[in-house]
Design a protein around this ligand. Structure first.
Ligand code: GDD
Ligand code: MG
Length: 359
């Protein structure tokens, strides 16, 4: 059994985060504040808590932001190194591209946008017990079509890998955490785009490699869409999703330093109020994610929505299941409902967008 301290972790953070636009126009998805901290902090803290010490971040889109924030990783008790793809190489290409930084024979690879509670040591134990070439953490979800569907046989051996299949044969999916034997990474073609899901895993199965699943029922969520991001952030605030980076005691809301909440404002449903943000009297925030310096004025209602940095939400506005970009200015009584995405800096006049007919 390898000691976790001798295992390298690789985190893939080079995606464009398209489904979280416009927030990802200014910050890469893994850096978006989630329960008040860049999402990646929660994942890195879990890796550190598992005893892994050396982490390589595979970056591409907005690569500099990661090193600027995490530096050497010392604050998290980690040694973090960075490898940047000038052009995105895909998930498999991204893993291959960090090979020169790897020191161990067993490597844990993580998608950088998954909020999860699985016991990483147990995934490693499965890898060793099965004498696997690759072990995939697998979970069951209600709708597997948005993920990689991964059926296994009675011994836990992976029998197929079907990425984003329209008609998946099982609800068991790739949870975005793998254990690789180093020699498998060495065999990934270098210097070109490679998808680990569409190319590497299917080729390994065809070649008869030992690919196993580690299935569990721990908390799991991909944070890639606004709905999931809001839910994941709220679950972190309420303690439903664990994070070693947050205080142990958690409640219905989390208010960061320098934020102002007027008396009579109601904060529920895992609402987070970022640094320097302001909430006016009588506002009702249910599952709201307020980034730094956002301002929600008196009597406004925010439900399951993300409010970007420095954005203003005017008095009595209603924001429900929406994403409001950085620095937008939403006038009084505006109504922005399901699926609305307001681009950064956009200004909407008082009463300028409504779903109801009263004035
Ligand atoms: N370095 C690098 N280079 N990283 C990349 C690249 C790239 O070209 N493309 C994507 N990534 C990173 C993203 O930043 C993200 O952290 C991770 O790889 C996965 O990419 P997503 O775009 O979030 O993929 P997905 O959510 O549609 O599907 C993946 O995750 C699911 C579980 O959450 C797949 O691995 C599915 O099989 C899996 O079920
Ligand atoms: Mg994803």
């Amino acid at each position: 059994m390898p000691d976790n301290a001798d295992i390298d972790a690789v985190v893939l953070v080079g995606g464009q985060g398209t489904r979280l636009r416009p927030l990802t126009l200014s910050a890469p998805k893994p850096m978006l504040p989630t329960a008040g901290l860049p999402f990646l902090t929660h994942l890195l803290a879990r890796i550190a808590a598992a005893g892994i010490g050396h982490v390589v971040l595979g970056t591409s889109f907005k690569s500099e932001v990661f090193a600027d924030y995490f530096g050497t990783g010392a604050d998290l008790g980690l040694e973090i190194e960075y490898v940047t793809e000038a052009e995105p190489l895909g998930t498999g290409g991204g893993i291959r591209n960090v090979l020169s930084k790897l020191r161990s024979d067993t490597v844990m690879v993580f998608n950088g946008d998954v909020l999860c509670a699985t016991d990483l040591g147990a995934v490693l134990e499965t890898h060793v017990a099965k004498e696997a070439d690759v072990t995939l953490h697998l979970v069951q979800v209600d709708d597997p079509r948005a993920y990689g569907c991964v059926p296994t046989d009675l011994d836990g051996r992976v029998t197929a890998f079907l990425e984003k299949a329209p008609d998946p044969p099982t609800d068991q999916i790739n949870a975005g955490c793998y254990v690789f034997n180093r020699k498998i990474i060495e065999e990934i073609p270098a210097g070109r785009v490679v998808s680990v899901e569409r190319e590497v895993f299917p080729a390994l199965l065809t070649a008869g490699a030992r690919v196993f699943g580690h299935v569990d029922a721990s908390y799991w969520r991909d944070m890639g869409t606004p709905e999931d991001f809001v839910r994941g952030s709220a679950d972190l605030v309420r303690g439903i999703a664990p994070s070693p980076a947050l205080p142990g005691q958690r409640g219905e809301s989390l208010v960061y330093s320098g934020a102002g909440v007027a008396p009579g404002a109601l904060l529920i449903g895992g609402t987070v109020i970022g640094r320097g943000a302001e909430v006016g009297a009588g506002a009702r925030l249910d599952g709201a994610v307020l980034f730094e310096g956002a301002r929600v004025e008196a009597g406004a209602k925010i439900e399951r929505s993300i409010i970007g940095q420095g954005t203003r939400i005017g008095p009595r506005a209603l924001i429900r299941d929406a994403v409001i970009g950085d620095g937008a200015d939403i006038g009084a009584r505006c109504e922005l409902l399901r699926g609305a995405r307001i681009w950064p800096g956009v200004k909407i006049d008082d009463g300028g967008i409504r779903f109801s007919t009263d004035v």
